[in-house]
Design a protein around this ligand. Sequence first.
Ligand code: 7RM
Length: 662
Amino acid sequence: MGSDPQSAIASLDARSERVPPPEAFAATARVRDPEVLRRADEDWQGWWAEQAEHLRWLRPWDRVLHWDPPHAQWFVGGRLNVADNCLDRHVEAGHGDQVAFHWEGEPGDARSLTYAELRDEVARCANALRELGVGKGDRVNVYLPMIPELPVVMLACARIGAIHSVVFAGFSAQSLTDRIEDAGSRVLVTADGSYRKGRTVPLKEAADDAMAATDLVDACLVVRRTGDPVAMEPGRDHWYHEVVGRQDADCPPEPMDAEDVLFILYTSGTTGKPKGITHTTGGYLTQVASTARLVFDLQPDHDVYWCAADIGWVTGHSYIVYGPLANRVTSLLYEGAPDHPAPDRLWEMVARHRATILYTAPTAIRAFMRAGPEHPAAHDLSSLRLLGSVGEPINPEAWRWYHEHIGGGRCPIVDTWWQTETGAIMITPLPGLTHAKPGAAQQPFPGIKPVVVDDRGDPVAPGEGGYLTLQRPWPAMLRTIWGDDQRYRDTYWSRFGSDVYFAGDGAKLDEDGDLWLLGRVDDVMNVSGHRLSTTEVESALVDHPAVAEAAVSGRADALTGQAIVAFVTLAGEAEEHDGLADELRAHVADRIGKLARPAELHVAPDLPKTRSGKIMRRLLTDLAEGREPGDVTTLANPDAIRALAERTRQARAAARSPGNSE
Ligand code: 7RM
């Protein structure tokens, strides 16, 4: 739990004011009747079956759920195709000319794709993948920036039953290699480069390094985005526009079993090795479509919806690609940085496109707060009617700022709790119904059963903190960890029994029965809404020749939620020198990606250890958080922590003193 759960709870209690749904919004909202929640609770399988009926099934299911804990099968025997549901059925219903995506590149270039155009492009891309030998069940790795080809490739995979594994374009070559190898992909789709903060990022170079480190990839499709020169290996590398451009736009969607795998997405756990979270077809699409429709109150004929996440994260998979398209909504898709070329980039886009819904992360909201309310104030944001938040608890200050300066006091805010593993939103206000409490995700989505429990697995009393568990299977739940079902059982379903899902988050239930999320209780850090494990960063540090040992901890950060603090000891002949910290930070960027770079790095002669030789992380967390280290009596080397505390203090004082930039 972030730092001190009890003090977090106390400060939350003081602020339990309620904000009712704006009348104008509630009058037309999709969910207005609280009965929905009660009914869904009484017959949750019936509720999910009702939600599944919104999709087009090629064969009806025989049974809603087969639950053999911890393995679930939803809509057993049913057949459907995700691309068919997201595209073809809308085109067939006469909506081919409706825009699916208004895309904007960072430099200002733009492209709009209608549902008919997107369907055709997806079909051509699907045929291109087939030409490269991709068939049902094969894995395709995707390493693309936020350009239209990214959703196109995902949907093309879905169309032919291939499994996509999207790797965030900010991840390093090494991370890409690891994910290619774990998934066993023969095909990679990437781009020459991408735009970020006014510069081009050489994506193909990273892809080349990744492919050089494995002999698995024998075909690579390359999208031309920046036009920067790239090396193309004959026989292996193909230009996307050439191969896709010559294909037919006819490619009948493959009828998939509801339980066939749709995608793998890697996420950080408590060890150094990321987990391939595995999602299937029917249940995933059912819950993603249903939550998108009811939580964002989607009105397909009117809304211009914008989820400002990256498709490389689960938020983008579920709420940029599959949820909105399944609901036939018009979305915005933006390639670049939110503050480029100026801090008002997002607001200028909201105003120009008359966006009605915005879904973003608290870390972004805090960055907007810092930039100042004059930036949104300079634009007409009156088209907005609903705001969403995801990725970490939203602090009430940020909630209020978002409500006032972006929502004009007129928009409900949905604070949505969910995980890569849950696939879709699980805990959230319903915007036409729930009286919002700034800072709380509040209520289970209909059909979901969260229970806050103590160490023994017993439900805690209202007001007490505990562990968040989910005590009913849900359609979009992960089915396994790719290639490691034992780890699936151990990580999620062993702490409180094989039918109780342990989310890894702390939570509390207040006197009104509303849920407050209190942050992770394990060694997973949350930096700008992105999950990173302490061990993952430690492994990257230790991998540098100068480092002997490393211990990493997250500390609270006003902007990014948590910031990474690293403590290292040096190897044999290595010496501390100016620039070493930067070198190590660059090394971590190289191994994992820039987002994993420690904000602070302290070199120490020794790390605090127990007599059995384990690093006492708890004490390092105290230091990282700027607290006095707690109980040191069990340490084998109590001097180590005192020396380290002194160094940390000095380094921080130096960083604050004038003349020091960083
Ligand atoms: C969607 C996503 C999951 C972790 C989760 C929490 C934290 C996400 C909220 C939140 C409080 C929220 N997937 N988290 N949303 N905490 N309130 N509304 O973020 O797999 O990348 O991260 O993020 O700790 O366990 S994720």
